[in-house]
Design a protein around this ligand. Structure first.
Ligand SMILES: *Cc1c(COP(=O)(O)O)cnc(C)c1O
Length: 350
């Protein structure tokens, strides 16, 4: 026991991010669901023309330029948008504003591990409810738990499955707390749940530029909810959480929806091919609406494959938690990267 820390901080493990090698290394990186394509050319243009004078002053506290670009692109009013330093920060804002000891934070598992980490920091009560084996939502149990905050990632990580808008609607209408719909992978999916934000005062949808917009290094995410719900989050937000560079670059990326959509289409085509190739190698492959695949080797041990791929310069994600420790989460790369992965796995399966 370290006497400097609060007891819950002392007791908690801390989030373990995926391995992040040097950007110029030769490693094929399929472990953090980054987009294999570069950001929009509009982003480079902004960087080239960036005026250092913009850095002398504090940035706009609401990331107004970026917020307007989101408003335009998604057809939602600017005052229904809050911007975060990555969507991770927005998740943290929700927890800080809504969770405390004696209040419950509820989510189905397996899912994004950060929900647990953030809740532990706040000393709120965690209620984890397992998905069924085929990743159907435990709707009755989630409603029964009635959390102050309920997190649903859709598409979910690491499974890649989508929760239907109908099920989310049932959840939203039966919960007295906040329903957070984490849409980090929505750019690769066939549906989204944005309409529920207008329908329900307790629904907040969270998006990121890290996956669909190829800007994981920029750290920019945002949420959409009614201004009443956002008002609590604004109180706990750092005043200048978005730096001037991120705000301007983000606006350029958001305004280039055509480029983002074209990259997403390429990723979706590669996803179909990679899934077929892995099935050929006798992997079970779950249907995915995200830019990654959850796969289970039927013949070899998942951790062995993770280690063997790593030693051959290919990083995928292995989660040691029960329920997923027999599976791998593999980001969809370029067709060339996926080909190297499949050939390497093919050798390892012999
Ligand atoms: C990647 C991811 C995020 C975090 O995205 P950032 O905007 O980079 O912080 C949030 N939720 C889920 C489910 C993710 O996979």
């Amino acid at each position: 026991m370290n006497e400097y820390f609060r007891a819950n901080i002392d007791a908690m493990a801390g989030y373990v991010p995926g391995e992040q090698p040097q950007p110029n290394s030769q490693i094929i990186k399929l472990n953090s669901n980054e987009n294999p394509y570069p950001p929009s050319p509009a982003v480079l243009e902004v960087l080239r023309n960036f005026d250092a004078e913009w850095l002398r002053r504090y940035p706009n506290p609401f990331a107004q330029e970026f917020r307007c670009a989101v408003s335009e692109a998604l057809k939602v009013p600017a005052d229904w948008i809050i911007v975060g330093n990555g969507s991770d920060e927005v998740l943290n804002l929700v927890i800080r504003a809504c969770a405390e000891p004696g209040r419950k934070v509820v989510y189905p598992t397996p899912t994004y591990v950060l929900y647990s980490t953030l809740t532990q920091m706040q000393s709120a009560e965690i209620v984890e409810i397992p998905y069924t084996e085929d990743y159907r939502l435990p709707l009755a149990e989630l409603i029964g738990a009635n959390g102050s905050v309920t997190f649903i990632a859709s598409p979910n990580s690491p499974s890649g499955h989508m929760v239907s808008t109908d099920e989310l609607r049932k959840l939203a209408s039966n919960l007295s707390g906040v329903l957070v719909i984490d849409e980090a992978y929505v750019d690769f999916a066939e549906e989204n749940a944005l309409s529920l934000v207008a329908e329900f005062e307790n629904v907040i949808a969270i998006r990121t530029l890290s996956k669909g917009y190829s800007l994981a290094g920029l750290r920019l995410g945002f949420a959409i909810a009614n201004p009443q719900l956002l008002s609590g989050l604004y109180k706990v937000k750092d005043s200048y959480n978005i730096d001037a560079i991120a705000c301007t670059i983000g606006a350029a990326a958001m305004s280039d929806q055509a480029y983002k959509n074209a990259c997403a289409e390429k990723v979706k085509r590669s996803r179909t091919k990679l899934a077929a190739d892995l099935k050929q190698l006798n992997f079970q492959v779950w249907d995915s609406q995200a830019n990654f695949l959850l796969v289970q080797p039927k013949e070899k041990n998942a951790e062995y494959l993770y280690q063997s791929l790593k030693s051959r310069g290919i990083l995928v994600r292995y989660f040691p938690q029960p329920g997923v420790n027999d599976k791998l989460r593999i980001t969809v790369g370029t067709d060339e990267q996926n080909q190297v992965l499949v050939e390497t796995l093919s050798k390892l399966m012999e």
